[in-house]
Design a protein around this ligand. Structure first.
Ligand code: DGL
Length: 271
């Protein structure tokens, strides 16, 4: 059931397992510059991509309740792994709309012409959950759907190794078989992958369209907000992390293009 927003000047909550969701925040900010965002990155417990479904759901609820207490009007699940595992439960539990990257990415692809082979890549948990594949099959019943976990991409990007020989080797390792399938589109089903979007695009070539699920969710959020956009000039965004990673400013600059001005560190025990 569609949920109505009657507090348009309230902030939008965005959460991820860590800093990767900043790629989604960046897209949201481009499309909705007048909104105030509250970003939550669970840096103490990242990565989620190899954790059990029960644990991921528990973490997702803790964070969503924290953001709900901040009075958000809409929640963006920027983490593909959480979106794959817990979106339905979150949508049922909260009164505000909850928008996830998985569903937005699938809707975008389903709206494109000529999709007979669609591929998605992501963390082990996101791909093994088959959430992307199931939704894609529902929307594109005649299409062949391929899912490929690529667990090494996240640490490779976080370690800043994407400009070394390790990237072409890792692309080959995970994606050579998928490239032979010649997918019409390839969904980047992980917050970190937009940082190697061009390399992945070059690897597949022009006949495969690469879909950034962060961009897709930003477009979806604009649509869901409709007339409920903020009418006041937004005050500055807020950032909450559960741990101060040693290299977090470097990583956030990489994901965002600038440093996060002020970070609030919040212990998991009080969220
Ligand atoms: N944010 C996660 C995702 O989009 C990737 C990092 C992790 O495994 O937590 O699936």
């Amino acid at each position: 059931m569609a949920k109505t927003i009657n507090c348009e000047n309230h902030p939008i909550g965005v959460f991820d397992s860590g800093l990767g969701g900043l790629t989604v925040y960046r897209e949201l900010k481009k499309i909705l510059p007048g909104e105030k965002f509250i970003y939550f990155g669970d840096t103490a417990r990242v990565p989620y991509g190899n954790k059990s479904a029960d644990t991921i759901k528990r973490y997702a609820f803790e964070i969503s309740y924290f953001l709900a207490r901040k009075g958000i009007k809409l929640l963006v699940v920027a983490c593909n792994t959480v979106s794959a595992i817990a979106l339905d439960d979150l949508q049922e539990a909260f009164r505000f709309p909850v928008v996830g990257v998985v569903q937005a990415g699938v809707e975008l692809v389903a709206g494109l012409p000529g999709q007979s082979r669609v591929a998605v890549i992501g963390t082990t948990r996101a791909i093994k959950s088959r959430a992307y594949q199931t939704l894609l099959s529902q929307k594109l019943p005649a299409a062949r759907i391929y899912g490929q976990p690529c667990p090494l991409f996240v640490p490779l990007i976080e370690e800043g190794l994407e400009e070394t020989v390790l990237l072409p080797a890792t692309l080959d390792h995970y994606l050579a078989a998928l490239r032979r399938r010649k997918p019409d589109s390839l969904i980047l089903g992980c917050t970190h992958y937009p940082l190697i979007e061009h390399e992945i695009g070059d690897y597949f070539g022009n006949s495969t369209r690469v879909i950034n699920s962060g961009r897709a969710v930003a477009m979806k959020v604009a649509e869901v907000l409709g007339g409920a956009r903020s009418r006041i000039l937004s005050s500055s965004d807020e950032f909450y992390l559960t741990d101060k990673q040693a290299n977090f400013q470097k990583i956030s600059r990489k994901f965002l293009g600038f440093s996060i001005p002020k970070i609030n560190i919040i212990r998991n025990s009080i969220i």
